[in-house]
Design a binder for this molecule. Structure first.
Ligand code: ATP
Ligand code: MG
Length: 335
């Protein structure tokens, strides 16, 4: 571990800067000024000033950093405008999207306690953007699944399953998409077996049904891009709010941490955004940087503060972003 790890922070637009402010307050409460924080601009506000959503120098700084903490960016309507997060995922080879979901002491649509993590392939599948019109009124999208792309994301799922002493559930639809999902399932299963871990598999439709009815029956879910995108929003719904869902984007030599939610323009500037997703993303980042104990302290503080009812309106509470952040930071500082 570096004596002083460098973290590039991109607050972004909308509620991004509000929740990132909150997350940094909590990080400072647990670590003081131990991290070297480099703040960079990206997104809609930068587009208005400079006509780009992210600058090359920012991408270079991200490449050199030990980790990145990202708020949320609004992508301008202009077809020329690139999404900064998609650019970073591509440029830095962030092929695994790790999205933990667990029950917190807040009102939830299903009472069952659960603790799972979705590992979503982040660079292939239906989101490669290869679409075309083959003839009038008929459009197609290409779905790419490669053996290497599947193997490397499966390794990440195995690392997590090892840490959690758990099981990997491979989610696919190989009964219909025999070639693409067939490859995903085969290579994923081979990888998990080679690592000597337990696994099972589910069709994605059945997995969605089971997630709602028995979320506690899952541990590590390994799936392709589109399925993972949909299932992780479902899992956020089970948690009670998108505002509680953190994530990591991992590559071989880069790691970016961000809340699952977007810039939420509808509530931006009102001071009511739930900062917990960003705070938990920062905790995942600390874990990644070797500060596991500090990450656990933050998670415990979040749990206590939510249990006491210090909650933003998305969770039925009346606290502001700042009040929730302050309460968690205070709890962290006192131990
Ligand atoms: P983007 O285009 O940047 O993805 P979006 O319009 O899709 O933005 P999201 O940020 O994904 O918006 O939010 C979807 C809904 O969830 C919105 O109604 C938003 O207010 C709500 N929401 C998202 N994040 C939070 C949060 N941290 N706290 C409270 N509500 C949130
Ligand atoms: Mg969105």
């Amino acid at each position: 571990m570096n004596a002083s790890p460098t973290v590039v922070v991109i607050p972004g637009d909308g509620i991004g800067p509000e929740v990132i402010d909150a997350a940094l307050k909590v990080v400072r409460a647990v670590l003081g000024d131990e991290l070297e924080i480099v703040e960079e601009q990206a997104g809609y506000s930068l587009w208005k000033k400079r006509g780009v959503t992210i600058e090359d120098e920012t991408i270079e700084r991200c490449r050199e950093a030990d980790a990145m903490l990202f708020g949320a960016c609004t992508t301008p309507e202009d077809p020329e405008a690139k999404s900064p997060i998609v650019t970073l995922r591509k440029e830095l080879g962030l092929y695994a999207n790790v999205r933990p979901a667990r029950s917190w002491p807040v009102p939830r649509p299903v009472d069952t306690e659960f603790d799972l993590v979705i590992v979503r392939e982040n660079t292939e599948g239906l989101y490669t953007g290869c679409e075309c019109e083959i003839h009038d009124g008929v459009t197609v999208a290409l779905r790419k699944i490669s053996e290497e792309g599947t193997r490397r994301v499966a390794e990440v799922a195995c690392d997590l399953a090892e840490e959690r002493s758990g099981r990997v559930t491979i989610v696919h639809k190989a009964n219909v998409l025999k070639l693409t999902c067939g490859t995903f399932k085969r290579v994923a299963a081979e990888t998990v077996e080679r690592r000597g871990l337990e696994w099972d598999d589910e069709y994605v439709d059945a997995a969605a049904y089971k997630l709602v009815r028995e979320p506690d029956s899952f541990d590590v879910i390994l799936t392709s891009n589109l399925f993972g995108d949909i299932l992780s929003d479902l899992a956020a719904g089970l948690m009670g709010s998108l505002g509680l869902a953190p994530s990591a984007n991992l590559g071989d030599d880069a790691a970016l941490f961000e809340p699952v939610h977007g810039s939420a323009p509808d509530i931006a500037g009102k001071g009511i955004a739930n900062p917990v997703a960003a705070i938990l993303s920062a905790a995942m980042m600390l874990d990644h940087l070797g500060y596991g104990e500090e990450a656990r302290i933050i998670e415990r503080a979040v749990e206590e503060v939510l249990r006491e009812g210090v909650r933003t309106p998305d969770l039925g509470g009346s606290a502001t972003t700042e009040e929730v952040a302050e309460a968690i930071a205070e709890r962290v500082a006192t131990g």
